[in-house]
Write a protein that binds this ligand. Structure first.
Ligand code: GSH
Length: 214
């Protein structure tokens, strides 16, 4: 690829939206530069606006194109690296993968606000508020359904411990939620625990956490 890819992200420790496309790009084997902007600082907004028209991170810069949304960046990564298989090959699996990715992108507001991502913290929540429990229950149901209907049935190069077998954008979208299950010791079942272990087993996930918590 002739033009450089640059991903502008927020503080690794905190920026759940940044982790998603960063992980997808890393799993696709993409070479890209990173610019990390410290969140929650007096100059955060001004620094982000130097790059991003939306005033938010993440942002991908590719030549004269800027892509300023996590899911749109993941989609662009899929187009740039078609051989990486960032979406499932099968149309029905792909449709469900897009649905669960979109549900994550637009949903789960209570989990987001009560259990903000902090990959360096261990702060068990104890009693889980009912509105959060409803959302984590839905997330565990999504994971179980994807694993049962698609992931566990995938074979050959498509096999793996992820939602649709091998790693896809759906997993990138849920990776920050996995960190929340860990940080806040949210209730798990065997399937969700195995899925969280698989996500944490990814070398880029460990590298993200290590560099976040230096
Ligand atoms: N829908 C956007 C959300 C992006 C977002 O909310 N980013 C946060 C950081 S995780 C941000 O830029 N916050 C800085 C601010 O609002 O000043 C996406 O998917 O990329």
């Amino acid at each position: 690829m002739s033009e450089t890819l640059t991903l502008v992200i927020g503080t690794r420790r905190l920026s759940s939206w940044s982790l998603r496309p960063w992980l997808a790009l890393r799993m696709a084997g993409a070479a890209f530069k990173e610019i990390e902007i410290a969140l929650r600082q007096p100059d955060t907004k001004a620094r982000i606006l130097e790059f991003s028209p939306s005033g938010k991170v993440p942002l991908l810069i590719h030549g004269d194109v800027k892509v300023w949304d996590s899911l749109a960046i993941c989609e662009y990564a899929h187009e740039l690296f078609p051989g990486a298989g960032l979406w499932p090959d099968d149309a029905k699996a792909r449709a469900v993968a897009r649905a669960v990715a979109a549900e994550m992108h637009s949903g789960f507001p209570n989990l987001r606000s009560v259990c903000a991502m902090d990959v360096c913290a261990t702060t068990p929540l104890g009693e889980v508020p009912p509105e959060v429990a409803a959302e984590t229950g839905r997330i565990r149901a999504v994971w179980a359904d994807c694993r049962q209907r698609f992931g566990a049935k995938a074979t050959g190069k498509n096999a793996g411990p992820f939602l649709f077998g091998r790693f896809t954008i759906a997993d990138a979208m849920y990776a920050p939620v996995v960190t929340r299950f860990t940080t806040y010791a949210l209730p798990q079942d065997a399937t969700s625990q195995a899925y969280c272990d698989a996500i944490w087993g990814l070398p880029p996930m460990r590298s993200w956490r290590e560099s976040a918590c230096l």
